[in-house]
Design a protein. Structure first.
Length: 95
């Protein structure tokens, strides 16, 4: 749901990543039904290495604790990019 919410009315390309293939498929179907697929997408990942190049993302939002290290998330962020991690009921921001 967060992927669709971030994609609604956003000028940014949004990519939702999940380890569960059934949730990836459900997200893709919701994006298609809403006419947002293309501006937003969903893909499966292994929980360790993000499937994006270095310095690519302006914002990374992590809803569920991941096995990936903060270094991996920072690798994918542009300079001054923002990492938001939801942990223990609170959002933690790293720039």
């Amino acid at each position: 749901m967060l992927t669709e919410q971030l994609a609604t009315g956003s000028p940014f390309i949004v990519l939702g990543l999940d380890r569960d293939p059934s949730r990836v498929l459900a997200t893709r179907n919701r994006l298609l039904a809403a006419g947002r697929y293309g501006a937003a997408g969903a893909d499966r990942w292994n929980g360790h290495r993000l499937p994006i190049v270095n310095d690519f993302a302006n914002l990374i939002v992590v809803q569920q604790p991941a096995q990936a290290s903060n270094d991996e998330f920072m690798r994918a962020l542009t300079p001054n990019g923002i990492l938001l991690v939801h942990q223990d009921g609170q959002w933690q921001k790293t720039v």
